[in-house]
Design a protein around this ligand. Structure first.
Ligand code: APR
Length: 171
C-alpha cells in the first residue's frame, strides 16, 4: 500500500528543469545518450554525465542505474531502459513495470525522497501511452512507500491529460 504521506502528481514540464532529488531518464541500453528525454537530460547535465554513464557499462531493459545530476537542478539521474513496443506480447508491460519498480528501489537505497519520471518508452520506443500510464501509476502506487513526492513529468498535454484522468481515478 502507498504510504499515507506519498504525494503523486502529474506536471506538464521539461524534466530537466525539475529541482528534485532525482529525475529518471528513459535511456537506451548503452547509456551513452540519444534523442528524446535522454538527449535533453544529457544536454542539460553536460558532458560529465556521459563520462559517468560510460563507467556504468550499459544497462539492461527494465534495470536502473544512478549517476549524479551534474549541471541539472536534480541531484541525481536514475537511468532506466524501457522496453521497445513490439505489439504487446513480448513482456513489454512487465518490463515497463520493472523500470518504475527498479528506479524506485534504487532511489530508496540512496534515501532519495522526491522523484520525477518521464513517460518511459512512449516516445521512440512506441509503447502506447494509454497502456503505459496505468502501468506506471499502479507500479508507483504499489512501490512508492517511503517517498515524499513522485512526479509524472509529461512533455505533452496529451500525456498530462492521461495522467490527470488516471490520478483522478477515471479512465
Ligand atoms: N522532459 C520530459 N519528457 C520528455 C522530454 C523532456 N525534456 N523530452 C521528451 N520527453 C518525453 C517524450 O515526449 C515521451 O513522452 O519522454 C517520453 C519518452 O520518450 P523518449 O525520450 O523517446 O524515450 P523512449 O520512448 O523511452 O525511447 C528511448 O529514445 O532518446 C532515445 O536514447 C533513447 O534510445 C532511447 C529511446
Amino acid at each position: 500500500m502507498p504510504s499515507p504521506s506519498l504525494l503523486l502528481r502529474a506536471l506538464h514540464a521539461d524534466i530537466t528543469t525539475l529541482d528534485c532529488d532525482a529525475i529518471v531518464n528513459a535511456a537506451n541500453s548503452s547509456l551513452l545518450g540519444g534523442g528524446g528525454v535522454d538527449g535533453a537530460i544529457h544536454r542539460a547535465a553536460g558532458p560529465a554525465l556521459r563520462e559517468a554513464c560510460r563507467a556504468l557499462n550499459g544497462c539492461r531493459t527494465g534495470e536502473a542505474k544512478l549517476t549524479p545530476g551534474f549541471r541539472l537542478p536534480a541531484r541525481y539521474v536514475i537511468h532506466t531502459v524501457g522496453p521497445i513496443w513490439r505489439g504487446g506480447r513480448q513482456d513489454e508491460a512487465t518490463l515497463l513495470a520493472a523500470c518504475y519498480r527498479n528506479s524506485l528501489e534504487l532511489a530508496r537505497q540512496h534515501d532519495l525522497r522526491t522523484l520525477a519520471f518521464p513517460c518511459i518508452s512512449t516516445g521512440v520506443y512506441g509503447f502506447p501511452a494509454h497502456l503505459a500510464t496505468p502501468i506506471a501509476l499502479r507500479t508507483v502506487r504499489e512501490h512508492g512507500a517511503g517517498f515524499d513526492e513522485i512526479t509524472f513529468c509529461c512533455f505533452s498535454t496529451a500525456d498530462l491529460r492521461l495522467y490527470e484522468a488516471a490520478l483522478a481515478g477515471t479512465k
